[in-house]
Design a protein around this ligand. Structure first.
Ligand SMILES: [Cu+2]
Length: 715
């Protein structure tokens, strides 16, 4: 009898081991309203949850996922880090048609790997407002250690399209909120005036490690989570616990610290690595890490994720009792960062690492901004420390055409902070073709980050090895964080047919066109995409979006509205002036930007002036110069050092005018100076004190309209 039981148990165990189950999930995507930080905001939830429900599989299962789009807009779901057939990858207009409003799409694919992954929308900025969740694949033979899944995310009460608009319009409201304007006053008082002048001489916008001001950072959808309630047997003092950590943020990197001791890193992007013990680590946007921590005793310990810009943090607490806090990361020393960037920026607007060979996060230049760095005992994780548990050398290429089956690509990551444009080799996705790769070929990419920001570059559908000095044991990843001025090498064997997206995972960078598509031709083309009209155009449409902004001073001496409509290449602007005597002036420009840094613009425009009666403030001598006129103009604008805009134009009467202006010079965080002068002897000087996001106090002196003060409305 006992023998029987043993045989029964054994066969049951084997059955479990080899169970190849079909696992079905139904995901209902719908609009919702949330309140994470004192304001109601629109969000998107799956099955009513943010984050979306965690999907669990075991390697060898088959996934069947029904995505029911209950919204009035289209959506898409991408399975991040999963190896699957291309038409299951979930990139709308590239690998399938989008999931239209009120329709259902059924995914079905085999689970051929294990580890910590996630899923998220790949439509516009839907991921920013909640469309993400964890996807956990257990090994056939599970580790005998309790585990807990953690998704960190960033939250803004603003509509994400509004965030993108602000970034594009160089609106520095976020810098004001983050205390990172690096204004002249602060520079003067802290002894960095020289550095500030040099920064503006080099036409560099203020240094920052992140672009967006967030209202909250979230741990599994809450600002703080406590896992006491969810204690499973084994989550007790002295026991180890495995955290499966996912950074589901749209644009935030997090520093991870544990108050209870060291962090033992055991997997990255779903792939096991040789365990490495650290005090703290930075998790890039879209990366995943498995770490093991030990819960020391009966108190409550903080596992803390601090946004890289250190504005806020979010925490996970282990256990009950007295709270033991992780160290607070002090405010960044932005002026030190500014000095460092100044030293690397060349006058022509390109950056130079000054002969330093930096790669794999091993030399963190941002560390000049970390006040806590005095403590040199701290071990911080970098990519050089990651080592695969098995050999990861690429197979001999099956394809042996040109280049012996190895395609070498040089990708320089490029950008233009002034206009918030991001690209690869100065070209956006929409201006390129798919990069053709032969199946069985090996692809090596040398990435060179020539921008002032980090970029988490993500490859769909397969892993690449990061050439990091670990030889045959180079780690396999699907997201590579590359710091400013770094050069990193990644390589992969192109085993899977289809179109695979490679892009920066900072959503606002991706939306600007920072990506490429690798195309491994298949004998059977993807019918779902090939039947969509202009699919490539639709896939890349985000980068061509138009953005609007306006500034309307309503003052005692007149109204001075400015309107701007701008996209990647063009800007249309109107500037008007009007007083209560119906004196009226307007200038209009329709301009195209040129060059890598877009310092240069060519325009056609108009200049209209009606001076009915002399305004009280205007002296007769100035009035003579201001005759009534309607002019057609053509001109050139160039952004000079110190952000001085020079404008040389000729009108249809042959009159030539040279005009210089400088706007929005930050005297203090909120006090701004504008100045203008031209060869028609017109000039203006103005001051603006920013009260609220959309409202300022303003005053100016204008050569036609005289002195006045009032309010300025900004959008
Ligand atoms: Cu980026």
């Amino acid at each position: 009898m006992r023998k029987f039981l043993l045989i029964f148990l054994f066969s049951f165990f084997c059955l479990q081991l080899n169970a190849q189950k079909l696992i079905r999930y139904d995901l209902y995507v719908n609009d919702t309203t949330v309140n994470y930080s004192g304001a109601k905001a629109k969000a998107i939830a799956i099955n009513g949850q943010i984050p979306a429900p965690t999907l669990y599989y075991t390697e060898g299962d088959t996934a069947e996922i029904y995505v029911h789009n209950l919204m009035n807009t289209e959506t898409s779901i991408h399975w991040h880090g999963l190896i699957l057939p291309n038409n299951q990858d979930g990139v709308p207009y590239l690998t399938y048609a989008p999931i239209k409003a009120h329709t259902t799409f059924k995914y079905r694919f085999p689970i051929v790997q294990n580890g910590t992954y996630w899923y998220h929308a790949h439509t516009e900025l839907q991921e920013q407002i909640g469309l993400f969740g964890a996807l956990i694949i257990h090994k056939k033979k599970p580790d005998n250690i309790p585990e807990y899944t953690v998704i960190f995310s960033d939250w803004t009460n603003e509509k994400p399209m509004e965030v993108l608009r602000k970034l594009k319009m160089a609106n520095d409201w976020y810098a004001i909120k983050k205390h990172s304007t690096q204004n002249y006053g602060a520079a003067l008082f802290s002894g960095y005036l020289g550095a500030k002048l040099k920064q503006e001489w080099l036409r560099m916008y203020p240094m920052d490690v992140s672009d967006v001001y967030y209202n909250a950072f979230l741990t599994n959808g809450k600002s703080e989570s406590n896992i006491t309630d969810s204690i499973v047997p084994g989550f007790s003092q002295g026991r180890k616990i495995k955290l499966r950590i996912i950074n589901g943020s749209a644009s935030t990197y997090f520093w991870l610290q544990f108050a209870g001791g060291k962090i033992n890193v055991v997997a990255n992007d779903g792939q096991d690595v040789a365990p490495v013990t650290v005090d703290r680590m930075l998790i890039a946007v879209a990366e995943t890490y498995d770490v093991i921590v030990t819960i020391p005793d009966t108190m409550s310990y903080e596992f803390k994720a601090t946004a890289e810009d250190r504005t806020k943090s979010t925490s996970l607490w282990f256990g009950n009792g007295t709270k033991v806090f992780a160290p607070v990361l002090p405010t960044l020393k932005y002026f030190e960062g500014m000095k460092m960037m100044n030293s690397m920026m060349k006058f022509n607007g390109t950056m130079d690492a000054m002969g330093m060979k930096m790669s794999n996060q091993q030399m963190d230049m941002n560390s000049v901004m970390y006040p806590e760095n005095a403590n040199s005992e701290t071990v911080t994780l970098n990519y050089g420390m990651l080592k695969a548990t098995e050999k990861t050398t690429l197979p001999t290429p099956l394809y042996s055409g040109e280049g012996q089956g190895v395609t070498l690509l040089n990708f320089t990551l490029t950008g233009n902070m002034n206009r918030y444009q991001w690209s690869i080799n100065n070209t956006t996705l929409g201006d390129t073709d798919k990069i053709l790769i032969h199946q069985g070929e090996n692809v090596r990419i040398i990435l060179n980050n020539q921008t002032m920001m980090r970029h988490p570059m993500h490859l769909h559908g397969q892993f690449f090895r990061v050439v990091n000095g670990q030889g045959d044991f180079a780690p396999m990843k699907n997201v590579l964080d590359i710091m400013p001025m770094e050069i990193d090498t990644i390589e992969f064997a192109a085993n899977y047919t289809g179109d695979w997206f490679f892009h920066c995972h900072i959503l606002y960078h991706m939306m600007s066109g920072m990506g490429r598509v690798f195309s491994v031709p298949d004998s059977v083309p993807n019918a779902e995409v090939s039947t969509v009209k202009n699919s490539w155009h639709k896939f890349t449409k985000d980068e061509n979006m138009w953005h609007f902004s306006t500034q309307i001073p309503i003052q005692s001496n007149g109204v001075f509205p400015k309107f701007m409509l701008m996209n990647r290449h063009y800007i249309f602007d109107v500037m008007g002036m009007m007083d209560c005597n119906l004196n009226f002036e307007s200038e209009t420009h329709f301009a195209r930007y040129f060059g890598q840094h877009q310092y240069l613009k060519l325009y056609i425009g108009s200049d209209i002036r009606r001076m009915n009666e002399p305004s009280n403030n205007i002296s007769d001598s100035v009035m003579t110069a201001a005759e009534n006129r309607t002019l057609a103009t053509v001109g050139v604008q160039y952004l000079l050092p110190m952000f001085i805009l020079a404008d040389l134009r000729i009108d249809h009467t042959g009159h030539v005018r040279f005009h210089v202006s400088r706007n929005d010079l930050a005297l203090t965080s909120r006090l701004r100076l504008d100045a203008m002068w031209n060869t028609d002897k017109e000039y203006e000087i103005g001051l603006r004190y920013i009260l609220l996001k959309r409202l300022s106090l303003s005053a100016n002196y204008d050569s036609h309209f005289g002195l006045g003060g009032g309010l300025t409305f900004t959008y």
